[in-house]
Design a protein around this ligand. Structure first.
Ligand SMILES: Cc1cc2nc3c(=O)[nH]c(=O)nc-3n(C[C@H](O)[C@H](O)[C@H](O)COP(=O)(O)OP(=O)(O)OC[C@H]3O[C@@H](n4cnc5c(N)ncnc54)[C@H](O)[C@@H]3O)c2cc1C
Length: 392
């Protein structure tokens, strides 16, 4: 049986759920097609840090987009809590980006200066100050970039709350519903072929994480995305052992409620193989112990992995797919999809429901508050895909 929606969102990860939540809030008839469980893929693997921008170019587009998205969290947490009763676990404890050798120390000192210049409350701490903040830290540290305003959320709860919020606003969420291909008529995307037959919509948003490229390649549009596998584990430590997230290029340790510590970071590009390797987890444990020696005494919980959707230039694709009327994409959030989910939802809803004029007004508003704040939009637009005019 065929049905007509205003918008079909393909993919029920944190990105698809955030877009559906915003679109449904505007009164549009929205259906989310998720081939597995909502929030069951990359979103389920995420540590929920809102400060991965510590790795970014502080003057670049990702920094600006991250900053905007992070600023949306407090209100979103309140709104979702009131609407759904689900807490997203937003905590404001900052992030310590640790330097373990001289090169990292120099780099982080320079970043602290740049972040301060960009108006962030970043500070460089020497080793003694860092250990004062977190007494369980290794004494081998050289120091830390401290980002007090970062914080974290519970990624699966965020996805669950966005999905529940979208449903309460009228969106239909279909689990175990695979989008097999996009339906195109004379250059216009008119719907999606599902296992149950065609489903028609005015507009379609591809938000299928790293699998978005496969969907678009079916209609001849190229979306260069690659999986970067991350392996993680969690342990139960004594509550209070660690209060702030620890971050180095090789490992992060994120303190969660009840003494749980989430450890992750191994980066294996190019593999869709989600199996967890013993060698990867053992290596991660060794690195974690060098940062936080007491982690070796904690109680083992579980190990898992996930695929980060990486784009060619490291920026997400956000916007209208060139050459295909009615088709939008929101994918390629790489290691920052939890952080970027609120802004992605607001932006895509403005574009899809309000059109380019409303989206431009949104950016202009940001720019008026802080010059340069809207610079991410041009860098992240899907137009950079350079796809040729649609066939079909
Ligand atoms: C180990 C790890 C740690 C991370 N830590 C952080 C962090 O601390 N902070 C942060 O901000 N980000 C983090 N990330 C990144 C973040 O998890 C991702 O950027 C984000 O989850 C991407 O969301 P998504 O909705 O695009 O993708 P996904 O969550 O993968 O969702 C895509 C969904 O689309 C569905 N799908 C695919 N194809 C189809 C189809 N044909 N039809 C229907 N459905 C389909 C999939 O089943 C999936 O559920 C981490 C990622 C990993 C792997």
């Amino acid at each position: 049986m065929s049905r007509m929606d205003d918008v079909i969102v393909i993919g029920g990860g944190v990105i698809g759920c955030s877009i559906a939540y915003q679109l449904a809030g505007r009164g549009l008839a929205v259906t989310v097609l998720e081939r597995g469980r909502l929030g069951g893929e990359a979103t389920a693997a995420a540590a929920g840090m809102l400060g991965a921008q510590a790795e970014m170019d502080e003057t670049g587009p990702l920094f600006q987009l991250s900053r905007w998205s992070r600023s949306l969290f407090p209100q979103l947490a309140e709104e979702l809590g009131a609407l759904t009763g689900i807490g997203i676990g937003l905590v404001r404890e900052g992030l310590l980006h640790l330097a373990v050798d001289e090169a990292q120390e120099q780099e982080l000192r320079a970043r602290a200066a740049l972040q301060r210049a960009a108006g962030e409350t970043a500070a460089w701490l020497d080793a003694a100050e860092a250990v004062r903040l977190e007494p369980a830290l290794s004494r081998e540290l050289r120091g830390a970039l401290y980002l007090p305003s970062d914080g974290q959320v519970e990624a699966p709860q965020l996805a669950r709350a966005l999905a529940a919020g979208a449903a309460l606003r009228g969106a239909r969420l279909r689990e175990y519903a695979q989008a097999q291909e996009l339906l195109v008529e004379r250059g216009r995307v008119v719907g999606v072929l599902t296992d149950d037959g065609p489903r028609y919509a005015e507009r379609v948003v591809a938000a299928a994480g790293v699998w978005s490229g496969r969907l678009l390649s079916g209609i001849g549009a190229e979306l260069p995305l690659a999986p970067v596998k991350g392996e993680c584990f969690s342990v139960l430590a004594s509550p209070g052992l660690l209060r702030r997230t620890l971050f180095t290029p090789g490992c992060y340790i994120v303190p969660k409620a009840g003494g749980r510590l989430v450890v992750g970071a191994t980066m294996q590009p190019g593999s869709y193989d989600r199996r967890v390797s013993l060698a990867g987890i053992a290596g991660l444990m060794q690195t974690a112990q060098r940062l936080l020696p007491a982690i070796g005494e904690a109680e083992w919980e579980r190990a898992w992995s996930g695929l980060r959707p990486q784009s060619a230039d490291g920026l997400p694709y956000l916007g209208a797919v060139p050459g295909y009327e009615g088709l939008y994409v929101a994918a390629g959030h790489y290691r920052n999809g939890i952080l970027l989910a609120p802004a992605t939802g607001v932006w895509l809803a403005a574009l899809v429901a309000g059109g380019p004029a409303e989206a431009a007004e949104l950016l202009a508003r940001e720019e008026r508050q802080r010059p340069g704040a809207g610079s991410w939009a041009a860098a992240c637009q899907a137009e950079r895909l350079g796809a040729e005019a649609a066939l079909g």
